[in-house]
Design a protein around this ligand. Structure first.
Ligand SMILES: Cc1ncc(C[n+]2csc(CCOP(=O)(O)OP(=O)(O)O)c2C)c(N)n1
Ligand SMILES: CC(=O)[C@@H](O)[C@H](O)COP(=O)(O)O
Ligand SMILES: [Mg+2]
Length: 634
């Protein structure tokens, strides 16, 4: 790492020779494999942008020039080159974020890890530069071929293309994949453009080879050259980008620093909107990633650097439980189809796709379209299951509300990574779904507490054909089964704290994955002489009508959810109890209304009090307050 340690900032790159740059690129690859193997993270995407990031920082002067990354998962090399080479605590509390972070560096801009936003920022920054006369500041937006399938990217492109005198340099990082191969007409168009590289290489080879045989070669070359225009127009007709009014430079070998620098300098000189189409390889230089057909090591856990195999195998996870049950349902219900937004494997729909290849739709990174297309599919007589990460449904809220719910479409949304996820930072926690979905008329929302409940609630959901249904669960390993000991209305009783027909002091309403925590809290309360009954509503929207009379029989109520408190399940229950004239004191426990810094899930749950101790403490305090002043209503 002789060279790498000498790079303390981007300007240290300027004096390196082409040979040294090649050495630096390999040192960075070695660093990435060594460090990210220890912590987990986005190894594949970053291995693919080593030369590109070097070239960007040699041609442009960050932070005067803004270098923006879409999604930001591919910004590790950018961090390494801008003075951050301690990856020992990557994506953990107090360590480097896995995404750009304004708190970390003046070189970082976009912290949001939701895809397809970079061109929007670029449009805004370019307009700001133009209005303020900052003609010496360049705006460079790096966007992947996957992120380019998102609708917002095209909304921004439409604006960027509007002004030929407003410079925006769009670098398309085309590695032909999101996780899996990128889909759709755009991917096909990029492929067409890519073939011109093969064509250009062929011509370059032809020119060189033929000119070595002067007599025949020269005339043959001229014939070929004459055919060039026709051939190029045939295999690479005027690109769509140029039709939009954007200049197009490429395709460029995204692993050739000199070629990249030359293209970026040309683009910088245009003085208007321009696309630089770079061809890169996800996972480049690391065989385990290059050979991984599923996702080229898009996001890896802690792995053995030599083999790429996970260091520890995890138990069954929520995702695979969903995936298996979807196949079982698919065998019984021919009308059930699956939709993924470029995340077939991560959301667990790969087994369904394997068995029912004509009943799975990958719409690209396009959650809004996924929801509306699902409304179309339902209107057409099918029952779509849209599987996305909880946080990514945020951007499709209006479509859930006004396209699926308004038209009473039977669509099931399955939200993986719901609740605190942790390592991926603020924009990846699934902490808003049970708040924003509360206001969708007719929508039914389930939060399974274990694998059996996930299977059961998924089946209940796909039975609903006149309203949207939602099933949401956490990231990672699914915990042990939590059996019910009774039933009240639609609610499962997990612990009955009543004695001889006398109800418990506290009613704990446990939502989804918080069941184990709530049961442990009840035990802690019992040790303090406070009795507690724990119920799991299963379907949290609408609020179970049997909850009000049950609540009325207790001295205090605690609701516990792995979701934001603001407008969450606790708030909905509180409102429903008030509407029913039940004024038992209630504390709703959940995630505070704040952006959570990256840390492990357990660290964050402990910080916000969503632990057995935290729940027991809040419950005991409420009971104490009620005992002191029975009329007190919090
Ligand atoms: C709105 C949204 N949906 C899904 C994701 C999950 N996701 C993260 S990276 C990625 C693939 C991005 O592909 P691309 O833009 O080509 O970048 P690459 O990983 O190939 O460098 C996806 C789908 C996301 N971050 N944001
Ligand atoms: C950047 C992005 O959105 C995804 O790659 C995400 O980081 C993956 O999260 P999981 O590791 O939970 O699948
Ligand atoms: Mg890609």
């Amino acid at each position: 790492m002789a060279l790498l340690t000498r790079i303390r900032g981007p300007r240290d790159l300027d004096r390196l020779t082409p040979g040294q740059l090649a050495v630096l690129a390999e040192e960075i690859r070695g660093f990435l494999v060594e460090e990210v193997s220890k912590t987990g993270g986005h190894l594949g995407p970053n291995l693919g942008v080593v030369e590109l990031t070097i070239a960007l920082h040699r041609v442009f002067e960050s932070p005067k020039d803004r270098i923006l990354f879409d999604t930001g998962h591919q910004s590790y090399v950018h961090k390494i080159l801008t003075g951050r080479q301690d990856f020992s605590k990557l994506r953990t509390k107090g360590g480097l974020s896995g995404y750009p972070s304004r708190a970390e560096s003046e070189h970082d801009v976009i912290e949001n890890s939701h895809a397809s936003t970079v061109l929007g920022y670029a449009d805004g920054l370019a307009k700001a530069n133009q209005l303020q006369g900052h003609d010496d500041r360049h705006v460079v937006a790096v966007i992947g071929d996957g992120a380019l399938t998102g609708g917002m990217a095209w909304e921004a492109l439409n604006n960027i293309a509007e002004a030929s005198d407003r410079p925006v340099i769009i670098v398309v990082n085309d590695n032909e994949r999101s996780y899996s191969p990128t889909i759709g007409g755009l991917a096909n168009h990029l492929a067409t453009l890519r073939t011109t590289q093969g064509y250009e290489r062929f011509l370059a080879w032809g020119k060189d080879a033929l000119q070595r045989t002067p007599v025949v070669g020269q005339s043959l070359f001229e014939t070929l050259h004459g055919a060039k225009k026709g051939l190029k127009d045939f295999i690479a007709p005027q690109g769509m980008f140029e039709d939009l009014g954007l200049k197009y430079v490429g395709p460029i070998d995204g692993h050739d620093v000199q070629a990249l620098e030359s293209a970026l300098r040309r683009a910088r000189g245009f003085g208007g909107p321009v696309i630089v189409h770079c061809l890169t390889q996800k996972g480049r230089g690391y065989r385990a990633a290059e050979q991984n057909e599923e996702d080229r090591f898009h996001a890896v856990p802690v792995i053995h650097p030599d083999t790429g195999l996970p260091v520890k195998s995890s138990g069954q996870d929520w995702t695979s439980v969903f995936g298996e049950e979807m196949v079982a349902i698919g065998r019984e219900r021919k009308d059930v189809v699956g939709i993924t937004a470029a995340m077939l494997h991560p959301v667990g729909l790969a087994p369904f796709a394997k068995e029912f290849p004509d009943r799975i739709y990958d719409v690209g990174i396009a959650e809004q379209h996924a929801a509306v297309s699902a409304a179309g599919l339902a209107t057409g007589g099918l029952h779509p299951v849209v599987a996305v990460y909880a946080t990514f449904l945020n951007r499709a809220f209006d479509q859930v509300l006004m396209d699926v719910a308004l038209h009473k479409c039977g669509v099931t949304f399955v939200l993986d990574r719901a609740g605190v996820t942790g390592a991926d930072g603020a924009s990846h926690n699934g902490m808003w779904d049970m708040s924003i979905l509360q206001i969708v008329p007719g929508l039914r929302l389930a939060a399974p507490r274990d694998a059996d409940q996930l299977r059961a609630q998924l089946r209940e959901a796909v039975e609903v054909d006149d309203a949207p249904t939602v099933v949401r669960y956490s990231k990672g390993t699914v915990g042990p089964a939590v059996p019910a000991v009774g039933k009240i209305g639609g609610m499962d009783v997990l612990r009955d704290g009543s004695v001889d027909g006398v109800d418990a002091d506290v009613l704990i309403v446990s939502v989804g994955a918080m069941a184990q925590t709530c049961l442990e809290a009840a035990e802690k309360l019992a040790a303090q002489g406070i009795s507690a009954t724990v119920v799991d509503p299963r379907w949290v929207k609408p609020v179970d009508p049997e909850l009000a009379p049950l609540a009325a029989r207790h001295r205090a109520i605690i609701t516990v959810e792995d979701n934001g408190r603001a407008g969450g399940v606790g708030a909905a229950i509180s409102q429903s109890l008030r509407d029913a004239g039940v004024d038992v004191p209630l504390r709703d426990l959940g995630i505070p209304q704040t952006f959570l810094d990256h840390a492990t899930r357990d660290q964050i749950l402990a910080e916000i009090g969503l632990t057995a101790d935290g729940v027991a403490e809040k419950a005991a305090a409420l009971v104490a307050k009620v005992s002191l002043d029975p009329a007190a209503v919090l």
